[in-house]
Design a protein around this ligand. Structure first.
Ligand SMILES: [Zn+2]
Length: 194
């Protein structure tokens, strides 16, 4: 097996790994370097970048609260099942990833909020203090808004201004400056559906 030649063979611990509805995470993958990032778990490099970002935001008077970081496959499975019960399969698939397909399972994704819960996990988060600060600055710390507005046909998800994905400063800066999705930036096909 010469899997190394295929782009799909990118190791699961790569910071630029693309996970979407067409590209599941390796079934047995559990991040080896999960670190407490102030109330949630992220991989060490992402946790360090997240702490720096939150600290710099605070220094500018903007409080960024942690909402959700690493989830095990079991936790993602329970979350998706609860959405499915509430909204049906199609509704659940637009709101959350099926187990094995969530960036939260990589330890590189973090959902953020405002301390008062203003616009929590809602599109209007973009206009709040935490939302607008991170939209302008997160890329400098290696995070990107993974599901931008108007890109559901590529990413498979509606706009999620609160969902940040760590890819490292170089790729995050490139994606931010180009205004395209991670899929487009790295040359992967659109993944609107499973
Ligand atoms: Zn998220």
């Amino acid at each position: 097996m010469d899997a190394a030649a295929a782009p799909e063979a990118e190791p699961p611990d790569s910071f630029t790994l693309v996970i979407n509805k067409n590209r599941p995470l390796a079934a047995d993958y559990v991040p080896a370097d999960l670190t407490d990032a102030g109330g949630l778990l992220l991989r060490a490099e992402a946790a360090e970048a997240y702490a720096r970002m939150v600290g710099d935001a605070a220094a500018e008077g903007v409080a960024v609260s942690p909402v959700s970081g690493y989830r095990s496959r079991e936790e993602q499975s329970r979350l998706h099942a609860s959405y499915t019960e509430k909204y049906g399969q199609e509704g659940a698939d637009s709101l959350s990833a099926r187990p094995g397909h969530s960036e939260h399972e990589t330890g590189l994704a973090v959902d953020i909020g405002n301390p008062d819960g203003l616009c929590a996990l809602e599109t209007c988060f973009e206009g709040t203090a935490a939302g607008s600060w991170t939209a302008a600055n997160a890329h400098r710390y290696g995070f990107l808004i993974r599901y931008p507005a108007g890109a559901e046909h590529i990413t498979g998800y509606a706009y999620e201004p609160w969902h940040l994905r760590y890819v490292g400063p170089e790729v995050a800066g490139g994606v931010h400056d180009s205004g395209v999705t991670l899929e487009e930036f790295l040359g992967f096909p659109a993944a609107p559906n499973y």
